[in-house]
Write a new protein. Structure first.
Length: 178
């Protein structure tokens, strides 16, 4: 694998934001040639698969400006600096859905777009749910919904569920129910 490594020779910061940073890296390719890489740095995130005792999946409808549409997603959110992923998952689940969980299982972690971003999402299963308090961010508007697995599969077909983390969650539930 050493034959594939690109060596960064220069980094230029283009933008530093609240959620992402953008930089341009000059790299030396494995064949000795030079190239540029546009890289989005992200602090990482969590995503939660909350399952009710009725075996329903809790989702949130949320408008996504880059898509110019509302999509249904599993609860998720950005890690704060130094924050433990499980603690972030607990916080995001309660903030977005008003739900707390007694049983937590870390399922996986995955990179969202490794061709240009370093965002790593930690995926958790949340079970034995109870009532908490909704407390969304001041610029966050969501609507909680509960769906069966069959309804979630239909929402994927209709492109209402249209993001990778939620599709991964539905696929996990499909495999779990076999």
């Amino acid at each position: 694998m050493e034959n594939f490594i690109e060596k960064t020779t220069k980094t230029q910061s283009i933008y530093k934001g609240r959620i992402i940073d953008l930089s341009i890296h000059d790299v030396t390719l494995p064949n000795g040639e030079s190239s540029k890489r546009e890289i989005v740095n992200h602090p990482g995130a969590v995503a939660v698969i909350p399952i009710t005792k009725e075996n329903k999946l809790i989702l949130v409808n949320q408008y996504r400006k880059p898509l110019e549409k509302v999509i249904a997603e599993i609860p998720a959110g950005k890690l704060e600096k130094g924050e433990n992923p499980l603690e972030c998952a607990k916080r995001e689940l309660e903030e977005e859905t008003g739900t707390i969980a007694q049983k937590w299982t870390e399922l996986a972690s995955f990179y969202t777009s490794p061709g240009f971003a370093d965002e790593l999402i930690y995926l958790f299963l949340a079970e034995d749910l109870g009532e908490g308090v909704v407390n969304t961010d001041e610029d966050e508007f969501v609507e909680r919904i509960e769906v069966t697995l069959a309804e979630a599969e239909q929402l994927i077909k209709e492109k209402v569920i249209h993001d990778a983390k939620t599709i991964i969650a539905v696929q996990y539930l499909q495999l779990r129910n076999k």
